[in-house]
Design a protein around this ligand. Structure first.
Ligand code: MF3
Ligand code: CO
Length: 263
């Protein structure tokens, strides 16, 4: 499939979709507390998505049984919400959410700590987030996908962490997953040349230890092979004239990031 270039009108709809998803994440983060189940998170997340007029796009996607992917500690991505999994003090939890609004998909992930978390966990969450911003510094017309990957990988490895190889980001728009596939690590191939109007989900998955992962019996949950922690951070972006715009962060969140020099 060819990579779709969105019109100004489509980008406006993607922006609306992304801003609703940003609100879902902001509200969902406030609900997190020790003792709740991962299924509670899914329930609240789905309600938030629907309350804003969105449709959960993960629900039933290739048979995925929930609206929010909830991945705890050594779970990298695609954890399945469960009534039996209770959040505990010291856990880190990655929330991956997406929605469809007026026909356009958005996709974003955040990792949060529950209660008092270790310094390593804190650092892993921060570095994963920072690696996204280091990556998108290179997201501009004329550059290639590998330039984004280099920013991400350099940041993660400088901190002593590793970049998951088995999963990638992706194009996004009228479908959740569109071409191109977007590795978070440097490949020999430089990848697609970036062009204004491309909409991309950039999603570094960063491990505390080895980058190797495996899949649980449910065929969804991806976990680190060594049982160490993993973090995930994702936003939907659009390539603009001179750089990119992040569609799934609220203006006030972007202002804060600009203040610390990440944007
Ligand atoms: N952000 C995740 C991804 O791009 C969304 C997974 S959707 C699921 O892979 F439905 F498959 F969980
Ligand atoms: Co994604």
């Amino acid at each position: 499939m060819a990579i779709s270039i969105k019109t100004e009108h489509e980008i406006e709809l993607m922006r609306q979709s992304g801003q609703l998803l940003a609100k879902v994440h902001r509200e969902l983060a406030k609900e997190l507390k020790e003792g709740m189940t991962t299924k509670d998170i899914d329930r609240i997340g789905e309600e938030l998505i629907r309350s804003y007029g969105g449709i959960p796009n993960f629900l039933n996607y290739n048979g995925y049984p929930a609206s929010i992917c909830v991945s705890v500690n050594d779970e990298v991505v695609h954890g399945i919400p469960s009534e039996k999994r209770f959040l505990q003090n010291g856990d880190i939890v990655s929330l991956d959410a997406g929605l469809i609004y007026k026909g356009y998909h958005s996709d974003a992930a955040r990792t949060h700590g529950i209660g008092e978390i270790s310094d390593t966990a804190k650092n892993l969450i921060d570095v994963t987030r920072q690696s996204f911003f280091e990556g998108i510094k290179n997201a501009k017309p004329g550059n290639h996908l590998v330039d984004i990957a280099r920013g991400i990988q350099t940041c993660a490895e400088k901190a002593g962490f590793s970049v998951v190889r088995d999963l990638c980001g992706h194009g996004i728009g009228k479908s959740l997953h569109e071409d191109p596939e977007i590795p978070n690590f440097v490949t020999r191939r430089r990848g697609t040349r970036l062009q204004k109007g491309m909409t991309l989900a950039i999603e570094p998955m960063i491990n505390e230890g080895s980058y190797d992962v495996w899949w649980l019996e449910d065929d969804w949950t991806v976990v680190t092979i060594d049982g160490k922690l993993a973090a995930h951070y994702e936003n939907t972006i659009v390539i603009t004239e001179n750089g990119c715009e992040i569609l799934t962060l609220l203006p006030e969140e972007q202002k804060e990031l600009a203040q610390i020099g990440w944007l």
